[in-house]
Design a protein around this ligand. Structure first.
Ligand code: MUC
Ligand code: MG
Length: 367
């Protein structure tokens, strides 16, 4: 179970429809496939999605940091030496999705080596999660139509609505149209990606007070320290820290400082090892947890459901698992399927993901 090689392969798959939100937009999945090889001939896989507007990473930067720093640090380690691997990766500041993809590919390789699934290795609480679909910026009619399509085609009844535009009425009109169009039975929450000020956020939340929102996420910047505390104190729904709380120390600071009351766990940025730490911290602090989406492809979504399904706390709420539906294609040989509003983990060893070699050849950008 010794690591012999770590590969970082850039690939690009266009989106059928771009996803737009307050901090940026995504037109193509320009991700990095990470493969961890062992001396037994096992190969673990995962993907890193560069999100420069959230973490400062780029596709080329992820490939370079893996090739020049992380791969040499990990080669020769056993897959069981996870804490050593974690500590070595931690010597380099930042680069969360590059580190996370390596970590998850190691877990996949470990599961394949032991012939057990990653969900079983992590906790095996259940084998599925309810799915929450993220709705990017558009006009109210188009966003209602997309939500209806997701409900009618896939049975999805939880929606995260991107907000953070100005004037705030652009977004509050969308949320109202969704509630009126879809009725009382669907769950709705909002994510501002730091687009509003604290005062704009407070006004918007007042305007939406009758719309029965589940959560509010990252409406204004956590760096507006006092403004954010002032906002969070007056809300009557949990306030989710997402991009403001990447590390466990960030989560602790945001929550103890009164700037968040819930946390988004994204395996794309904390892998399985870091996500376990955040999960245990959230349990200890008594926080709501939502399994978030980093605008992941199918492999990334499989990682999210593998982790989310492994624990009671992470599988309680619907997980954000459906953005891959907007991509024009993917690398998995057998596509993920959402039905009755749920996504199940893949049976089989590790993540249970097999890549289609023709698709990888077609979409990879390094040859
Ligand atoms: C989300 O939950 O914010 C958009 C930006 C990012 O960092 O993640 C996505 C979704
Ligand atoms: Mg978010």
């Amino acid at each position: 179970m010794k690591i012999t090689r770590v590969e970082a392969i850039p690939f690009a798959i266009p989106y059928r429809k771009p996803l737009r939100f307050a901090s940026g937009e995504v037109h193509a999945a320009e991700h990095v496939l990470v493969r961890v090889h062992t001396d037994d001939g096992v190969v673990g896989v995962a993907e890193a999605p560069p999100r420069p507007f959230t973490y400062g990473e780029t596709q080329a930067g992820i490939v370079t940091v893996i090739d020049t720093i992380f791969a040499p640090q990990l080669t020769g380690l056993s897959l069981l030496e996870r804490e050593t691997a974690y500590a070595r990766l931690a010597r380099t500041v930042g680069n969360p999705t590059a580190k996370a993809a390596i970590d998850m590919a190691m877990w996949d390789a470990l599961g394949r080596s032991l012939d057990v699934s990653v969900t079983e290795l992590l906790g095996a609480y259940t084998d599925r999660m309810r799915v929450s679909h993220m709705l990017g910026f558009d006009d109210p009619a188009a966003m209602v139509a997309e939500a209806e399509k997701m409900r009618d085609t896939y049975g999805i009844t939880t929606f995260k609505v991107k907000v953070g535009r100005r004037p705030v009425s652009l977004d509050t009109a969308v949320v109202r149209a969704l509630r009126e169009g879809l009725g009382e039975s669907v769950e709705l929450y909002v994510d501002g990606n730091r687009g509003w000020t604290a005062a704009e956020s407070a006004r918007a939340m007042k305007e939406m007070a009758d719309l029965d929102l589940l959560f509010a996420e990252e409406l204004c910047p956590a760096d507006d320290v006092l403004g954010r505390r002032w906002l969070v104190q007056q809300l009557d729904v949990p306030f989710i820290a997402d991009e403001s709380a990447v590390t466990q120390a960030d989560v602790t600071r945001e929550v103890l400082g009164g700037s968040a009351t819930a946390v988004s766990i994204k395996t794309a940025r904390t892998g399985f090892t870091g996500s376990q730490r955040t999960h245990h911290l959230a349990e200890g602090l008594g926080l709501e947890v939502v399994m978030g989406n980093q605008v992941d492809g199918q492999l990334g979504s499989l990682c999210t459901v593998a982790f989310g399904a492994a624990h009671a706390l992470t599988s309680r709420r619907a997980g954000e698992l459906s953005n891959f539906l907007d991509m024009s294609d993917d690398l998995l040989a057998e596509p993920l399927r959402i039905s009755d509003g749920e996504l199940t983990v893949r049976p089989g060893a590790g993540l249970g993901a097999e890549l289609d070699p023709d698709k990888l050849r077609h979409y990879r950008q390094d040859r």
